[in-house]
Design a protein. Structure first.
Length: 370
């Protein structure tokens, strides 16, 4: 059976029930239309829920909160690695569209949550759906944008984080996390045996402080350089003021709740993707270079498309400037940390510390002994 799988991956074809040889879509790299379909779909469903409520609310919640994870768990397949480094046409366009959709959903969502005509249960369902979109899709897309070389794209991604009261992530992620990942100096790398509920406050406070220190050091080295934390903090306060002015105290409450919910999911992603992995120190005291053994990957196709390849995390750390369609798994190259289930499923598992450790600790030990 293994030989059949290898042969199928090489040829890109499979034999159907009728005996006819058919192309296997999983043996080709994901296309921009595929990313667009599955990344935009939950946002469009949520947009319909904000406008019309009813069944649209439950369709959005069921899809983003369960159906997509079930599909990934049942199929457990990943699409092929791309051959070329060049980003396909419309790569950045999709990122811009997803960012604009984020802003529209944030406003439409607050209007729906504070408006009349929606029952309490439907409000909770819409809140959960919006929070999952902001924490999974918006976060993954903003993460892509802050790594682009264009100043305009970076600012757009940072603006998404500001609206989630998480603007400092644009500094802390690039200046601290990428430099110190899988070391004790990175607040967002979870330690072996550390539960998510211990990791959460440490990472939230630690990343804010570490990012601020890194920006202050840059400003000290370049006199006259403004510290972007003024924008990150000031922009967040402005968003809170706007939510209160437009939607009242109820709107501010829903807004703060959505931001907190999204931030918890962002921290879940960091917790899952680096749990227990460590970079060794060299004889000169420096850490070894970041490699594929310092991040947990997930190959599952649907969540990878919805989260613009964020689950292909080790290649992102190796090549931070590589656009999302170009990220690779390179599963045949060397043993690397691979999650047993999709990233959203593992994030849910991380909230249950005993079950998480039962699943993940043996895998961490094997990687350390490897």
């Amino acid at each position: 059976m293994h030989a059949m799988v290898v042969r199928r991956q090489k040829t890109g074809y499979r034999r159907g029930k009728t005996g006819v040889v058919m192309p296997d879509p999983f043996d080709r790299p994901a296309s921009i239309p595929a990313f667009a379909l599955f990344a935009l779909l939950p946002g469009l469903l949520l947009g319909a829920a904000c406008l019309w409520g009813g069944g649209w609310t439950w369709a959005a919640l069921v899809w983003i909160g369960g159906a997509s994870q079930i599909v990934d768990t049942v199929l457990a397949r990943g699409f092929a690695d791309p051959v070329h480094d060049a980003a396909p046409a419309a790569t950045d366009l999709l990122s811009v569209v997803l960012a604009l959709l984020h802003f529209l959903l944030l406003g439409a969502g607050l209007a729906a949550l504070t408006g009349e005509g929606m029952g309490a249960v439907s409000r909770v369902a819409l809140f959960l759906g919006l929070g999952m979109f902001f924490g999974q899709v918006s976060n993954s897309n903003a993460h892509e944008l802050i790594h682009r070389g264009s100043r305009g794209l970076f600012r757009l991604g940072a603006a998404v984080y500001v609206t989630l009261l998480f603007g400092h992530h644009a500094s802390a992620h690039r200046l601290v996390h990428h430099r110190y990942v899988a070391t004790a100096q990175d607040p967002n790398s979870a330690r072996f045996g550390e539960s998510f509920w211990h990791f959460l406050p440490r990472a939230l406070a630690g990343s804010f402080r570490a990012g601020l220190a890194a920006e202050r050091a840059l400003s000290a080295a370049k006199p006259g350089r403004p510290n972007p934390y003024a924008v990150w903090v000031g922009g967040g306060l402005a968003c809170c003021l706007a939510a209160w002015l437009v939607f009242g105290w109820a709107g501010l409450g829903w807004y703060l709740g959505l931001c907190l919910y999204a931030q918890v999911q962002m921290m879940l992603a960091d917790y899952v993707q680096h749990y227990g992995l460590q970079r060794a120190r060299r004889a000169d005291g420096r850490y070894e270079p970041v490699g594929p053994r310092h991040s947990w990957d997930a190959p599952h196709f649907l969540s990878s498309l919805m989260m613009v390849n964020a689950p292909r995390h080790s290649d992102h750390h190796a090549h931070p400037g590589r656009a999302y369609p170009g990220l690779r798994l390179q599963r045949a190259a060397a043993p690397r940390p691979m999650l047993p289930y999709s990233l959203p499923v593992m994030a849910a598992l991380a909230m249950l510390p005993r079950l998480w450790r039962r699943v993940m600790d043996p895998r961490v030990r094997r990687m350390r002994e490897g």
